[in-house]
Design a protein around this ligand. Structure first.
Ligand SMILES: *Cc1c(COP(=O)(O)O)cnc(C)c1O
Length: 399
């Protein structure tokens, strides 16, 4: 019999990551996620959270969460199909569908759970899934759970999608269903998927379009309604609009919006939805309050874009390369991984919190500091941040 060491790989594989500097060292946020916050005991300016509109600390969200604990308790007691479907969950879905201008919405525990639960149900054996090559990891895992054939198209390239779909028509037997999936806003580059062109090409081939708008909600479209609204597309053009409450909405939870058929299908078939406890009352009520804030306080989305334009322009004027960024995700290109790491460490010393993104998350020579703008940053904050970038850029010979 083989003599096995049951746990030796745990330390060995971790050590490999440490040796190649690919391990995660967790930083501790001491207090709320606000533009001026405390990380690892140091006061810093937050330049890398997904809390785009600073809603996580909005008084209306906090009050709604506290109130829901008082009226509905700390937990829901079950999965939604059995005994955990509270009036609060129903109300949130009603409000979300209205906000999205969609016939129906369904809330999942997380965005990851939505992708992992729904994608393999929408396409399986005999079907084809076509993905943008840079899609999010949760989409990749959702696709891996499916027995469908897979193809990728070049990043944000609707012409290449056209070629991939034309080739798919030659497949025998003919594919039963084709599902085209793309991120709305790409999290490493801050560029926007050409969803109008993707939808047009998909329609020509009778393919269904699934957009993961985690980084577009609260950012794109009127009042932050997201990428489908941004392009003025109909529900017959983009059939599945998926998103999350964990980014601009400032709380946690995934969601899908589309037709009533989609909703009925999705909740009856997604195992992540059926077999996992529903959100606690505080989470649900805070999500509903976030939608209300977006509907009644347009200033947050406006400030986010003003800050985005100001910061990106400031970086470019100093000579930094911000890649293809079109959104509040602004990568600052550094070249090699070690430069990006050095830059980030110096930023932290100067009181700026922004992390390096390095190989294998991006190509070897495309290491970057990824900054994410926030509506609650002031002009003074941004000038301070730009000052630090300029100073370190000169020190390290980048600008
Ligand atoms: C963050 C993110 C997710 C996961 O959403 P959670 O609700 O945090 O699980 C899915 N897709 C994309 C593109 C994301 O950026």
């Amino acid at each position: 019999m083989a003599k096995r060491d049951p746990t030796g790989f745990l330390r060995a594989e971790y050590q490999q990551l440490v040796d190649s500097e690919l391990d995660w060292r967790l930083r501790v946020l001491e207090g709320p996620s606000t533009p001026r916050c405390v990380v690892d005991g140091k006061k810093v300016l937050m330049l890398c959270s997904n809390n785009y509109l600073s809603l996580s600390n909005h008084p209306k969200l906090k009050a709604a969460a506290i109130e829901a604990v008082k009226t509905h308790g700390a937990g829901s007691g079950s999965v939604r199909p059995i005994a955990g479907n509270m009036d609060l969950h129903v109300e949130l879905e009603r409000r979300l569908a209205k906000f999205k201008e969609a016939p129906a919405s369904l809330v999942y525990q997380t965005g990851f759970a939505a992708n992992a639960g729904l994608i393999p149900q929408l396409a399986d054996a005999g079907d084809l899934i076509v993905s943008d090559e840079l899609n999010h990891g949760s989409i990749i895992d959702g696709v891996r759970l499916s027995k469908a054939d897979r193809a990728v198209f070049k990043h944000c390239d609707a012409e290449d999608l056209k070629a991939v779909l034309a080739k798919a028509e030659e497949h025998t037997p003919a594919y039963r269903r084709i599902l085209v999936i793309t991120d709305g806003v790409f999290s490493m580059d801050g560029d926007i998927a050409p969803l109008d062109k993707i939808a047009r090409t998909s329609k020509d081939h009778g393919a269904m379009v699934y957009v993961d708008d985690a980084h577009g909600e609260g950012v794109l479209g009127e009042g932050g309604r997201g990428i489908v609204h941004h392009f003025g597309l109909g529900r017959d053009e983009v059939q599945v609009e998926m998103g999350t409450f964990s980014k601009a909405f400032g709380v946690v939870g995934g969601h899908v919006s589309g037709s009533t058929d989609l909703r009925n299908f999705a909740f009856n078939k997604s195992r992540t939805w059926l077999l996992s406890g529903s959100h606690p009352p505080a989470v649900v009520a805070a999500c509903t309050a976030a939608i209300e804030v977006l509907e009644t306080e347009p200033q947050h989305v406006r400030s986010l874009w003003e800050n985005t334009e100001y910061f990106r322009k400031g970086l470019r004027q100093m000579g930094f390369d911000t890649g293809n960024s079109q959104t509040p995700i602004i990568p600052v290109m550094m070249g090699e991984s070690k430069t990006a790491k050095r830059f980030s460490a110096r930023l932290f010393e100067l009181g700026m919190f922004a992390l390096p993104i390095v190989f294998p998350m991006v190509a070897k020579d495309r290491a970057r500091i990824r900054t994410i703008m926030n509506a609650a940053l002031t002009k003074k904050d941004l000038d301070e941040a730009l000052g630090a970038f300029g100073k370190i850029g000169k020190e390290l010979g980048i600008v």
